[in-house]
Design a protein around this ligand. Structure first.
Ligand code: HEM
Length: 194
């Protein structure tokens, strides 16, 4: 339940907060939606063609990394490739998703900027392991295709009907709290129907 529900709902909460903070991004997403469907019907092919929406989902997953990392336990001795650091059998190694996604060595556009366009431009060919929202290897997230599909369908449907706005500093101040997932803390948005 936690793996399948809390993760995707956290992304949606971050998404709603992001829309209230970045109206230009929201506007661009609405334009893209209008360009593929004027009557609000969406076929699978039309949903697939929403490239900017994919970029926004990737940027939410990069900027907020819903889980802070994952751990692997070594079954054999090994050395880290660059530093030659010795690792022993039984050692636990943390893969820190947030640090990787915000490491300026690996990204061209400022990692502290919310910039979905990075995935179309300078950061299009980012290193595979700098963005691991679903982990990697044998134990990577089993539900990632479903999660991406759910997110895309729900976000597209929401933005066809609703425009999110900033509810003001008292209630929409952001921040986060970390439980099993990283969740936004103060999300107070306005909703307009358009
Ligand atoms: C945006 C949504 C989601 C995120 C960010 C996410 C993230 C993750 C991460 C980071 C892991 C650990 C991967 C690793 O250690 O390499 C994981 C594992 C897992 N996830 Fe997800 N997940 C999401 C959605 C889902 C959904 C929708 C389901 C099921 C319907 C699901 C089921 C699982 C399961 C069962 C595992 C354990 C896999 C294993 O240990 O073999 N997740 N997920």
């Amino acid at each position: 339940m936690v793996a399948g529900f809390e993760t995707t709902s956290a992304v949606l909460a971050w998404f709603i907060h992001a829309m209230s903070e970045y109206p230009d991004v929201q506007h661009k997403m609405k334009e893209e939606l209008m360009s593929v469907s004027v009557n609000q019907n969406l076929t699978l092919n039309q949903l697939d063609s929403l490239v900017y929406l994919d970029c926004v989902i990737n940027e939410i997953l990069r900027f907020h990394t819903i889980t802070s990392g994952t751990v692997r336990t070594l079954t054999v001795e090994d050395r880290l490739p660059k530093s030659n650091f010795q690792l022993s059998k039984g050692d636990s190694v943390l893969m820190p998703f947030y640090n990787l996604a915000h490491d300026t060595q690996h990204w061209s556009i400022d990692t502290e900027s919310f910039a979905p366009e990075r995935f179309l431009n300078e950061d299009k060919n980012h290193h595979l392991y700098t963005l691991l929202p679903f982990g990697v290897g044998h134990r990577q997230c089993i539900g990632q295709a479903l999660a991406r599909f759910e997110l895309k369908a729900i976000i597209a449907r929401m933005l066809q009907r609703v425009t999110f706005g900033d509810g003001g500093p008292k209630i929409n101040s952001g921040g986060h709290f970390t439980g099993l997932t990283i969740q936004p803390k103060h999300v107070g948005v306005t909703t307009g129907f358009s």
